[in-house]
Design a protein around this ligand. Structure first.
Ligand code: HEM
Length: 522
């Protein structure tokens, strides 16, 4: 069991500030209970099976400074020896997901080694790929407290509104001349610009840096998505062919990231040193960009330059593609279901004061249940991280009478769970009504407590950017449907809109979403 001295997950302790709604809010008592008790529906331990416990953690307070990033046990050696192959366990039911992510969360809280992540993410010294341990715990605490807390997400709302406003202006230009818009491309460029703005404020627009970031993310994501390609092609792995290719490509993109981030951090250091005497060092209550905030806490946490760069990279790889994919799937579904689009437009348009051009976050607070229902339904039907990020066990444990050895990768199939007809009525249909009051799934939320609905995962490794993600998706979607009516390009039928998907770091729609925006006749 989890020792009392471990810091509790900072996400569950995030205070509720102003009107911001943390999506994973849970009382400390409930969180502690959840960790202590297996839930009644979790599988019982098989009689006679050895009851595995994780190695005891010494009882001590966490250090104030980040310890060195740990190395994965199974990392490739200097000669690109292929890593040890991991056994796989698949969880495709809510019960099995709960066994991994709640009952045995403390055992399955690590990640498998990835050569690309080791190179590109400095060790890895980020959060998403770092193995479980004191480094990951402290780094996650830093990020969820100082960069992605609900307070920080709320402080960023003006910037979010400005970025959304710029996209609406671009669509308006297209609407004025009756041109079609590549909605997917527009959304990817929006989420890229938003991530750049969060990381480095408005300076990103100079020298076309946003385009450079976009190119680099596109080049890097397939490498990080590969996880253990060696495991998929063991024959090639034996000769180290894949490792050599992955290493060469990863080192190439790493050099480019490194130069770019170094330059940005240096620029910020100069500004930070100039301002430092006038401002408080904590930095997390103002609308500071992430580099500025990391500089302000670097002494407190003993952050190295490489660790800073790794943590910043998580914003690019956690945020850009997932947000764009969710928005793209949602818009495509709304095009296929005009009744739902109209109902959503009616809800949003009645919430926006007359004469106001764009939807603001204040217009949406606790006020738009159908908007939330549409987003939840999209996350259910189109899981953009359908297998979560694979969790790896750090000790052997017993689930349902089976002994799962240490070093097993648990793959949680949230897509299968989200489309399973045993738990969802009309599972393959897009029916947001199931999530509104009185609907069959009205009680389900995205905070990882309902194991039939896990768009952001659950437990210790749950998405660190859930508040940032949900705030962004809501604001952008509300504006897209408020500011425009949408039509298919001439000659195309909305009923035949292609929903086929392609895999990468996240799953996204394969085909472009070309739509024609019209200014609404209000
Ligand atoms: C709607 C958009 C998003 C979705 C659907 C999503 C989903 C997920 C999922 C399923 C995981 C894996 C959880 C697990 O392994 O159990 C994850 C991890 C993560 N996400 Fe997100 N995410 C989104 C947006 C974001 C954003 C905007 C950020 C940062 C700004 C972010 C940062 C992260 C990080 C750092 C992790 C790794 C957490 C860890 O391993 O401790 N995500 N996300």
């Amino acid at each position: 069991m989890v020792p009392a001295s471990l810091p509790s997950d900072p996400l569950t302790r995030t205070p509720r500030i102003g009107k911001a709604v943390p999506y994973c809010q849970e009382s400390d008592g409930a969180a502690a209970r959840r960790r202590r008790e297996p839930s009644p529906s979790s599988p019982s331990f098989a009689s006679g099976a050895a009851r595995a416990r994780p190695p005891p953690t010494p009882r001590r307070l966490p250090p104030a400074r980040l310890p060195p990033a740990p190395r994965h046990e199974a990392r490739a050696g200097p000669h690109d020896a292929p890593p040890r192959r991991h056994a796989r366990a698949r969880a495709s039911s809510p019960r099995a997901a709960e066994a991994v992510l709640r009952t045995h969360d403390h055992v399955f809280a690590s990640r498998a080694h990835s050569l690309a992540a080791e190179i590109i993410l400095y060790g890895p010294s980020d959060i998403g790929f770092a193995p479980h341990g004191e480094y990951w715990r402290q780094a996650r605490k830093l990020v969820t407290t100082h960069l992605l807390s609900s307070m920080k997400v709320q402080a960023f709302s003006l910037a979010r509104e400005e970025e959304v406003g710029m996209v609406m202006a671009r669509i308006r230009e297209a609407a004025a001349v009756g041109a079609e818009v590549d909605v997917g491309d527009l959304l990817r460029s929006f989420t890229n610009d938003l991530a750049c703005r969060a990381v480095m404020d408005k300076s990103f627009r100079s020298e076309g840096r946003n385009r450079l970031f976009r190119e680099l993310v596109a080049e890097t994501s397939p490498l990080l998505a590969g996880f253990n390609v060696e495991e998929l092609f063991p024959f090639l792995a034996r000769f180290g062919v894949l490792s050599k290719m992955v290493r060469a490509k990863s080192e190439r993109v790493k050099r480019r990231w490194d130069e770019l981030l170094d330059r940005l951090i240096q620029d910020h250091e100069h500004k930070y040193d100039e301002q430092h005497d006038d401002t408080s060092a904590s930095g997390d209550t103002r609308d500071d960009d992430f580099i500025h905030v990391l500089l302000s806490v670097r002494d407190e946490y003993g952050l190295t330059r490489d660790q800073m760069k790794a943590l910043l990279l998580d914003v690019f790889f956690g945020g850009i593609e997932s947000l764009a994919a969710v928005l793209d799937f949602t818009m495509a579904e709304l095009m296929r279901w005009p009744r739902i689009m109209k109902k959503l437009q009616a809800e949003v348009r009645t919430r926006v004061p007359e004469g106001q051009e764009f939807v603001t976050e204040a217009d949406l607070t606790d006020n738009t249940p159908y908007l939330i229902a549409v987003i939840k339904e999209s996350l259910r039907l189109h899981a953009v991280t359908p297998l979560l990020a694979p969790h790896m066990s750090m000790a052997s444990c017993s689930i349902d009478g089976y002994t799962i050895p240490a070093g097993t990768q648990a793959v949680i199939n949230t897509r299968a769970i989200g489309r399973d007809g045993r738990f969802w009525e009309d599972a393959e249909e897009f029916v947001p009504e199931r999530f509104v009051d009185g609907g069959s799934a009205a009680h389900l939320n995205v905070s990882g407590n309902d194991f039939q609905f896990l768009p952001f995962g659950s437990g210790r490794r749950m998405c660190a950017g859930i508040n940032f993600g949900m705030a962004t998706v809501q604001l952008m979607l509300a504006n897209l449907v408020h500011c425009f009516d949408w039509e298919m390009p001439e000659g195309e039928d909305r009923r035949h809109l292609d929903m086929s998907e392609m895999f990468g770091l996240v799953v996204r729609r394969k085909e472009k979403l070309l739509l024609v925006p019209k200014l609404p006749r209000l």
